[in-house]
Ligand binder design. Sequence first.
Ligand code: SIN
Length: 491
Amino acid sequence: MHFDLIVIGSGIAGLSTALSAAPRRVALITRGVLADDGASRWAQGGIAAAVGPGDSAQAHARDTRIAGNELNDLAAVDALTGAAAEAVAWLEACGVGFDRAAQGYLLGREAAHSQARIVHAHGDATGAEVMRALGAAARAATHLQCFEQHLAESLLQVDGRVVGVAAAGAQGRIGLFAPHVVLATGGIGALYRHTTNPATADATGLALALEAGAGLADLEFVQFHPTALRTRDGRSGQLPLLTEALRGAGAVLVNGAGRRFMPAVARDAELAPRDVVARAVWAELERGETVWLDATRAVGAAFPQRFPTVFASCLAEGIDPCTQRIPVVPAQHYHMGGVRVDAAGRSTVAGLYAVGEVACSGVHGANRLASNSLLEGLVFGRALGRNFAQQPVQPAARFDLPAMTEPVDGTVGATIDTAVRDLLWRHAGLVRDAQGLQQAQKTLQMLQREAATHGERRRVAVAHCIVAAALQRRDSVGAHYRRDAAQMRTG
Ligand code: SIN
């Protein structure tokens, strides 16, 4: 099957790319159901855009750089923040119903933003609303052919150039060919014990890129969200997110004794940068404390209307957040590192592109500013798609699909995976040091030998790259915190 473009992944980055590439013929490969199997639909906070009175793209860019510890790619930051307002308008034209005030959008405030600039939908259900609208647009688009329930097994290459994808579905293996292949596969949450990501965020895109010989960058920068809901069963894997907007609305973090600990840690207390808050929560837990998010005063009876998603998650755990505190644990949330791409989304391998969380354009630097992630997929996905739409059509390669010696398993859950998750959580998590990272390297080498399937080996290989990157960066910066570093670097 021949196309002008293949997109792997159906989150906001994949769909923005695919929709904007019209009239080019696009194949969209997704592991589950269109628009439903990535992290985008779980996003609660919203989309940051300078659309409020007195706000500007420059102020948004400044906040983005400060959050990123000034390690950001400046051109990428300007491209992101400069296109935000127009991209939000495009989403509205696609049918997304954002929450509105009497004049303009109802804007939320999140940590490290100098002002309220988060547009959201149905309170805390922004990702779900965006994916509903984009999914409907994708189903209606005639230039798009969707391959649902298909797992991208490998990238097909000729003379080093990526020319297609081998994918496995219920009907067997298929070969899709196109001169351009875009990875929009999301993040790496499934490699960590606790995460806000769905199980499909299992580093597939990084593994495919690695196997194709593409460069990866900034892998040590892994962001942890301070407030995931600690469930009664203490399970690992995806945990319900307690959006930062709750703290933006005035919710506070307290320990078991009911004492607020953030004011002693940072001037902005609960609204300090995400890594600062997440590490403070971690430190309390390491001390044997329990940590709770108390929104009873700040939100109280308005919970069901203002934060329906969080409200439902709490009720499912037997907690009424209008009147009760919510137990929290930090959780892996977002990967700033990824497949190294240039301003046009190109990886270091010809024919291969990356966009959204799987990509590393440098836009986030060492730490992503809240609500810049849907924005990233949206803005850079649209730019990439439009670029393809404007390029002359190139012929796709034609050759027989090579035999796959060993199929890739699409489920994370084997013993090896549990070991990887625990290892990264402990040694390449919120707090790291050389000794722990070296120990992790040794264990990963052993796990690589023991891994029984191609999928397991892939995940171990990506984990290895993350640990190696964390070991190499000896100082603490942004989300990468080395307890053995002399001092926190500020940029
Ligand atoms: C949140 O709602 O707290 C998450 C927002 C984000 O990660 O940008």
